[in-house]
Design a protein around this ligand. Sequence first.
Ligand SMILES: NC(=O)c1ccc[n+]([C@@H]2O[C@H](COP(=O)([O-])OP(=O)(O)OC[C@H]3O[C@@H](n4cnc5c(N)ncnc54)[C@H](O)[C@@H]3O)[C@@H](O)[C@H]2O)c1
Ligand SMILES: N[C@H](CO)Cc1c[nH]c[nH+]1
Ligand SMILES: [Zn+2]
Length: 430
Amino acid sequence: MLLLKTNEENFKAQFDELLRRGHMDMENVSKIVLTIIAEIKEQGNGAVKAHIEKFDKWYVENDEALEVKTADMKQAYDALDVKLREALELAYQRIYTYHEKMMPKSWLDFEDNGTVLGQKVTPVDRAGLYIPGGKAAYPSSLLMNAIPALVAGVKEIVVCTPAPNNELNPLLLAAMHLCGIKKAYKVGGASAIAAMAYGTQSIPKVDVITGPGNIFVATAKKLVFGEVNIDMIAGPSEIGVLADESANPHHLAIDLLSQAEHDEMASSILITPSLEIAEKTKTEVYAWLETLERKAIAEVSIKERGAIIVTSSMDEAVDLMNQIAPEHLEVVTSHPFDLLPKIRHAGAIFMGAYTPEPMGDYIAGPNHTLPTGGTAKFYSPLGVENFLKRSSIISMSKQGIEEIGEACALLAHTEGLGAHEASVRVRLKK
Ligand SMILES: NC(=O)c1ccc[n+]([C@@H]2O[C@H](COP(=O)([O-])OP(=O)(O)OC[C@H]3O[C@@H](n4cnc5c(N)ncnc54)[C@H](O)[C@@H]3O)[C@@H](O)[C@H]2O)c1
Ligand SMILES: N[C@H](CO)Cc1c[nH]c[nH+]1
Ligand SMILES: [Zn+2]
């Protein structure tokens, strides 16, 4: 884990290198992903099956074997331990309530002259949810993607998730039942994204693909954008932490590791003006590492994409964090809300010592599907709007066109578009 100081001579070069490491290595991965997409486009299910055999290590006997049975979803739900079912349902309720508040409205605005302007909000017909499942199962991601689609009113939801060795996590199946999923397929990675973008004999083509995944998934989403809509680039997890001397290094260290354990390509960065906090946290990270079940993954992530930066002030720390634009940002300072106005770029912001990032991963309510790789500079968390689109409504009254039609005709005339001009003029009083 790097320990950098902003007052060191070569800090700028080191920081730029850190930013590059955190971002996606498109060149290396794109070639592989482009090949996978081309195969799915050409061969459909045949290529899906071949990719599953290669990456998820099971033989797909026939097309039907790709489908997740709704009976299995129900059985898994019914078999849940009571405490676990209550936890799942609590998460469902909190996520549902949060996303309901986001729902944009259709509206009509009536002008005095009888003209009506407005917008009509409509859900997409069919949404494709990618639920990651290579190195770990993500029932929480099923909730985080299905609930905003349900709140938005999407009628047809398609789920793709990998099933390594043809096994699916029972809590994931139970979460599918809870969300009323009817169409789910055991396919992961770039194949799943391509299958939902172009359609195969089994997997329907969708209008929008949402959901997180590893670098192959994130790259595939980028490459199929345009054929379908996508929510964002939600790749390997990231955590940034801003801390002052009031923070507890034992807590900061495990928060950093909470994202490192997702993926060797995850990144964890603490920025603090306190050298003492920096050094103690680094020691604590290595102590905690020894206790983790997923030590092997977290260790690589911390070694290759973990860093602690000591700044000369908190303002400088915030400025660097804005340049990183992390997926998750914890603000562990004595007065976190004082810093909020200065924080510009982060997918989700976790305020204060009692808001560890995993509360947002599972149960707080906001979505955990978040932009990574610096894309929080222009993307927002997944929300109902990713499953909706707006149509504009325009209704001119006779008086309305007479009042502003002349200006319209003049603009059309000046653009040299005579049919546009005439279409308005024929309706104006002589
Ligand atoms: N940003 C977010 O909102 C968010 C949320 C949850 C999880 N995540 C991230 O999701 C990711 C989950 O990753 P995962 O790997 O566990 O599951 P995954 O489902 O994303 O990927 C597994 C699939 O990757 C493909 N794959 C694996 N190795 C490959 C190779 N060498 N070439 C081509 N394809 C290959 C296979 O098709 C496999 O089924 C992690 O990076 C985690 O940090 C991000
Ligand atoms: N932290 C992940 C988003 O980067 C979401 C997640 C799901 N389960 C645990 N964590
Ligand atoms: Zn997480």
